[in-house]
Design a binder for this molecule. Structure first.
Ligand code: GZL
Length: 319
């Protein structure tokens, strides 16, 4: 048997430290960062999914900077990984690096956010319907306030990200036929608790100490949780003086809801990696091409949906 054959055989029989036969696939994951509880849960679940499937995950945290994500993707290409997962912090600026991955014949799967690039530059995108989430939030608020005048403040997600763009669009779609509902202030809180609190403080100051605000629409729960703190510090009751509706379904929002301090959230699963790895395994196995968009579900929860129980069911799931 030649040396080459021996080495080939040895490689095929390579086993992991735990003795399991290593599947061999290596996947590079360019994650945005850890800006929210939902993002942290997505990272936890992606690591778990890879471990369960015997996939070696090369993880990169971009600290919410696109240039770090682009550098990580180039590093994965240089390593010759078998696939790349990308949660794109913003929607634009990906064409050249995705073209490099395509030329290296490395499939790219987008997680939880979209890019403006042509869809031949990625294998598939796994995500929720972000416009629909905004519509569900707006429809809930319209139903809650009826014909009452309602001045709304909006905490937007990261500027230029697809969830910030689409959730704004969806909410505006839902309230456009309700002239009593108007967005009076709208600013990014970058999907974080700290900035959500800070921006909400400025909204409260600008709106008669918050007395002129009827509702807060936050593009994610973490900004809502920060804003709830600001509303309480201003001497007002979140959930009643100012209604609070947001998106994600993280445990701390359910805890606030159980305390009457938040009113509604639209949950999206942080398990985007499961469908992503399913698509990759089929692609690696026999070249099966998945649909360009694999949609995960979004579900409305309100105070009528046992928020304390929902909190118990979610805490410790990696958020
Ligand atoms: C949505 C995802 C968003 C979450 C935020 O698909 O991109 O990013 O709603 C996170 O919590 O920052």
């Amino acid at each position: 048997m030649t040396i080459k054959t021996l080495l080939g055989t040895a490689a095929l029989l390579a086993v992991t430290a735990t003795g399991a036969l290593a599947e061999g696939e290596t996947v590079g994951f360019s994650q945005i960062g850890s800006e929210s509880g939902w993002r942290a849960a997505e990272t936890t679940l992606t690591r778990q999914q890879a471990e369960e499937r015997g996939i070696q995950l090369q993880f990169s945290d971009a600290q919410q900077k696109q240039e770090n994500q682009i550098a990580a993707i180039r590093s994965f290409i240089a390593q010759g990984v078998d696939a790349i997962l990308l949660a794109p912090v913003v929607a634009t600026g990906w064409d050249s690096v995705l073209q490099e991955a395509k030329e290296a014949e490395i499939p790219v799967v987008l997680l939880d956010r979209q890019v403006d690039s042509a869809d031949d530059l990625y294998l598939t995108a796994v995500g929720s319907n972000l416009v629909h989430e905004g519509e569900v939030a707006g429809e809930w608020l319209a139903g809650e306030v009826g014909d009452r005048e309602c001045r709304i403040v909006e905490l937007q997600g990261t500027t230029g990200s697809s969830p910030a763009i689409d959730r704004k669009t969806g909410f505006e779609n839902a309230i456009k036929d309700h002239p009593n509902l108007t967005i009076v202030r709208s600013q990014t809180g970058d999907f974080t608790r700290a900035l959500g609190k800070e921006v909400m403080e400025s909204f409260l100051q600008a709106e008669n100490g918050g007395k002129d605000i009827c509702a807060l629409y936050a593009h994610n729960d973490d900004m809502a949780v920060g804003a709830i703190q600001a509303i309480k510090e201003a001497g007002l009751k979140p959930g009643s003086d100012i209604l609070v509706v947001s998106i994600d379904g993280v445990p701390d929002l359910f805890q606030a809801m159980a305390a009457g301090e938040a009113n509604a959230t639209v949950e999206l699963t942080p398990n985007m990696a499961g469908p992503a790895f399913d698509a990759l395994e089929a692609y690696w196995k026999d070249g099966t091409t998945p649909p360009k968009f694999i949609q995960t579900e979004s579900k409305l929860y309100t105070q009528a949906d046992d928020p304390a129980g929902e909190y118990e069911r979610r805490k410790g799931l990696g958020y």
